[in-house]
Design a protein. Sequence first.
Length: 92
Amino acid sequence: MRMHTYRSVERQAIRMHEMMRRLDVDPGRFIRLRGGEVYAEARARCLACNTIGDCLRWLDGYAMEGESPDFCPNLRTFHPCRRGQHACSRAG
């Protein structure tokens, strides 16, 4: 893998985990879904995402207070696994 490609993949993984943190997703529960398959699918969506600019602006706090990151292709996947939710086992 070329160094540029590696860095790009690494940055996108960091963004996905930061998005999960900001949305208060329970990472342990999320990663275990369907034996890690849901996590792998979310990673693939993040790597193929074309809304990086929107993502960075939202993560950097430029969104309106309380604004949902509706641009995120993983939002529906993350939502059931937010802390305090009981539906995480059915997410995907």
